[in-house]
Design a binder for this molecule. Sequence first.
Ligand code: NAP
Length: 284
Amino acid sequence: MVRLAVIGDPIDHSLSPAVHSSALDALGVTYTYEKVQVKKGELEQFLAYAKEEGITGFNLTMPHKVDILPYLSEIDEAAERFQSVNTVRVEDGKFYGYNTDADGYTEALKGAGYEFQDSRVVILGAGGVARTLALEAAFRGAKEICVLNRTVEKAEEICAMVKNRQKVEITAGIMNTASVSAACETCDILINATPLGMQGISEEFEDFSFLNRLPRTALVSDLIYNPDTTQLLFMAREQGLATLNGLGMLIYQALIADQIYLKKEFDRKPIYEMVSKAVRDILK
Ligand code: NAP
């Protein structure tokens, strides 16, 4: 029996149980998957519980992705790179950390027919995910990266961090319609890593005129998956641009985590199809 969990705070609205359950059902695995509210500062209690209860592994969300690091016996290359962990496997009383977020996004990107290699990438936002994807784009050979954010200092901080780690052309700037329009002129992959357009958030892009400036071969990628089609993606599709929502990243990072828990590789594409249908039904 595989015993899994997701920990975080808040955790009530996490889609992780639904995503992992439909994947593990499709794989014919016998498992349990718990959702555990673990507040900041309570990691140690949870780790003791995980050992006692024979938990196979667990996913982590806010606020534990960095705080877990001192408790891990080993971390994989991605966790080392991002200094952040979203997946832990428990073995012989030891904890092993992994980060599957960036690989999940890259796999979704590939599914849409795009890759970071030699691409010009524009990232809107400079939070946790923007940081991960800027570094991932650099390590995967992006030609140019531009990070635009409401608080320009945060974009500059990401820019400096990436430059420090990888030789790549990367710039930072304030995010407004004019700057996004200018950046779109030379962009192959535009990524929205802000919550603008997300369900329950009243704010939206001021206007979408920047989409006119994108090369017609560009991809518009929104990390939001609820709604399925944000206004940004709707407007991009109206213009005949390729689009990708956040469901791919959400599901592929989970499927890669499941391979770690199960210690076996499986063909992720057909499982992805089944899981995305199940998740879309839940979000309807
Ligand atoms: P975060 O760390 O909170 O960062 C949010 C970013 O959005 C910050 O740069 C913030 O700017 C900017 N922002 C917030 N409100 C804004 C507004 N009204 N106008 C302009 N910019 C605004 O969040 P995160 O964890 O990086 O997540 C970013 C997005 O990715 C969210 O929509 C989240 O749902 C989505 N996401 C998707 C997946 C997936 O699997 N698909 C996974 C994780 C996250 P300031 O710096 O100025 O505050």
